[in-house]
Design a protein around this ligand. Structure first.
Ligand SMILES: [Ca+2]
Ligand SMILES: [Ca+2]
Length: 110
């Protein structure tokens, strides 16, 4: 199975008006990172790898304590992304603006 590396995340514009955002990332419906506190202009290195069968659906959410979590966007990568290097994807739903860098690799030993 190919590997999806989540390289880093940058918060260009928070979703919440007060306090920090608490973004988290899911791949194919499974939470793989976060929530972690982030502010405007902040970048966090992630560097985590996830195997996926045919396609990896990457979603970004912003966690809220007293209301439903906010959906900030979705992108999909497939085998066709192998060898393209780090790709920047924008997640800008709900008036927020985040970038997540993703790199797709062939599984080792195949
Ligand atoms: Ca929010
Ligand atoms: Ca929040």
């Amino acid at each position: 199975m190919p590997i999806c590396r989540v390289v880093r995340i940058t918060c260009h514009k928070q979703e919440d008006w007060t306090g920090q955002d608490h973004p988290y990332i899911t791949i194919n419906g499974k939470r793989v990172w976060g929530p972690k506190g982030m502010r405007d202009g902040q970048t966090r290195e992630i560097q985590s790898d996830y195997q996926f069968p045919r396609r990896a659906k990457i979603r970004l959410y912003e966690q809220d304590d007293y209301e439903p979590n906010d959906f900030l966007g979705e992108h999909e990568v497939t085998r066709a992304d192998i060898g393209k290097g780090e790709q920047e994807f924008t997640f800008a739903e709900d008036d927020a603006n985040y970038s997540i860098w993703i790199e797709v690799f062939a599984a080792p030993g195949r």
